[in-house]
Design a protein around this ligand. Structure first.
Ligand code: MN
Ligand code: MN
Length: 471
């Protein structure tokens, strides 16, 4: 905008200007961005479940000198592990921990199919596994795609067996059969999309070969599969009862687009925020305030349970951190620290989809490529169940990002009354800390192949790092 034009229309000085993150990246930034995206793709491919994400985060933290908070060791960087499904990374700051902490919380569970406690059966000489879906899936997404089986089984003697089948090139994969269009006219095509595939029909094709020998015997395919399970993994049928086995897409995350500007992969809600917040705490030197980066499970089903955001694990982490800082973890002090803290609820937002612009209100929709999204509130209807961030905190975050050249947008999820959704923000805001939702926009959220923009990923990383270091 030339000076002349500014004079002719002084309002240009007061307008919101649309910014595309790519336009503000230097060559050096773009180098960092590509390296970060490569690490992210690896992360997505090795951390497809909450347990695997926890393992990857733990291993990387240990390599960088983070110590187990349970151990009697000195230092300033710690991790705290909760049942292999929920982990916190912490770094003591220069200020007294009683001044409050800087918290980023993301979730590491994603929508998927879980095996039922008694999954195995045989029908029409085919061995099948019954599933119970987890989180908000569109059931039609999960049929006729290659699936991998991940999880743990506790055997009758207490031994733990880890399973991961379908990820190596020479592994078999699993799948759910779909009805051919020729025969689906009545039973599928006339139904609403949400009813076209029933939950009970999400059964996994598990095998088809009969047990050799008695050709008159019943359930020969099931019996053959039981023998294989026992031979390969030491499993018996009852062991499925004490197991957590998840079916996830077997495909790999990869670059998308001729210009390679996007990343496609499973579970980016919310592992894109888990990854970028992990990288942010790893990249900082000595922060002013104590940093905590928390990775929770069970967000997709309401944050319940002993590994979700509603569990008291987080309080325990802070009290142990107080001890590491040489402070007696008294209840009232813990409450005060939490009350004085500032937090980001790191979760993704829906990017405006050019195929479905009608569900978005364009002036307040987040766009791929415009950087990290700051979301003042989530919820549905009349902001129901939202943790509505204050104008003051919104102002603080906006100023922080502007001063540190983060490309950001501040939008909401979709049109009013179109639907809605929530995050963990409200659960942690209950401690009285400042809390705001903040994460990248993605396309195809909750689909088995979600899409993120590389530039948005980079701005998210920058934003989280600056928040931990400078807020
Ligand atoms: Mn999420
Ligand atoms: Mn989600």
């Amino acid at each position: 905008m030339s000076e002349e034009n500014k004079k002719a229309n002084p309002a240009v000085n007061f307008q919101i200007k649309k910014k595309l993150a790519w336009d503000y990246l230097t060559d050096k930034d773009k180098e960092h961005l590509q390296a970060l995206c490569q690490r992210y793709i690896n992360f997505l491919n090795t951390a497809k479940t909450e347990r695997e994400a926890t393992q990857v985060i733990l291993h990387q933290a240990e390599k960088l000198g983070f110590k187990n908070i349970e151990e009697d060791v000195q230092g300033d960087k710690f991790f705290s592990l909760n049942r292999d499904k929920n982990i916190a990374l912490c770094q003591l700051g220069q200020e007294d921990i009683r001044q409050g902490i800087r918290l980023i919380v993301s979730h590491i569970d994603s929508p998927r199919l879980d095996l039922k406690p008694n999954p195995l059966y045989e029908d029409q000489d085919i061995g099948l596994l019954r599933t119970h879906y987890y989180g908000g899936i569109k059931k039609y997404h999960w049929v006729a795609i290659p699936l991998a089986l991940h999880g743990v089984v506790i055997l009758s003697d207490g031994k733990k067996v880890e399973l991961k089948i379908g990820e190596n090139p020479d592994d078999p994969v699993f799948t759910i059969s779909d009805l051919l269009p020729h025969l689906g006219r009545k039973s599928m095509e006339t139904k609403k999309i949400k009813d076209a595939i029933e939950g009970e029909k999400l059964t996994i094709l598990f095998g088809q070969q009969p047990l050799p020998g008695d050709t008159e015997a019943k359930e020969r395919v099931k019996n053959n599969l039981l023998c294989l399970l026992n031979e390969k993994y030491g499993l018996k049928e009852e062991d499925f009862i004490s197991a957590e086995i998840e079916l996830v897409p077997a495909w790999k995350a990869q670059e998308v687009g001729l210009d390679r500007s996007m990343i496609g992969g499973y579970g980016q809600d919310d592992r894109i925020c888990a990854f970028t917040s992990m990288e942010a705490i790893f990249a900082q030197t000595k922060p002013r305030y104590t940093s905590v980066v928390l990775f929770v499970d069970k967000e997709e089903i309401g944050s319940e349970g002993n590994t979700g955001a509603l569990s008291r694990f987080f309080e325990l982490v802070i009290s142990k951190l107080m001890q590491k800082a040489g402070i007696k973890p008294e209840e009232h002090l813990l409450r005060e620290i939490l009350f004085l803290s500032k937090a980001l609820s790191a979760d993704v937002n829906a990017a405006l989809d050019p195929n479905y612009p009608e569900v978005f209100e364009k002036q307040n929709a987040s766009f791929m490529g415009q950087g990290i999204n700051i979301c003042k509130y989530t919820g549905s209807g009349g902001k129901y169940a939202a943790s509505d961030a204050s104008a003051e905190y919104m102002g603080e975050i906006r100023k922080l990002f502007n001063e540190n050249k983060v490309t950001w947008q501040a939008r909401e999820l979709g049109k009013v009354d179109e639907g809605g959704g929530g995050t963990v923000a409200k659960f942690l805001a209950a401690y009285g800390m400042d809390m705001i939702d903040c994460g990248p926009p993605i396309l195809s959220m909750h689909a088995p192949f979600e899409i993120a923009g590389k530039a948005d990923l980079y701005e998210t990383y920058k934003a989280y790092k600056i928040f931990l270091e400078k807020c």
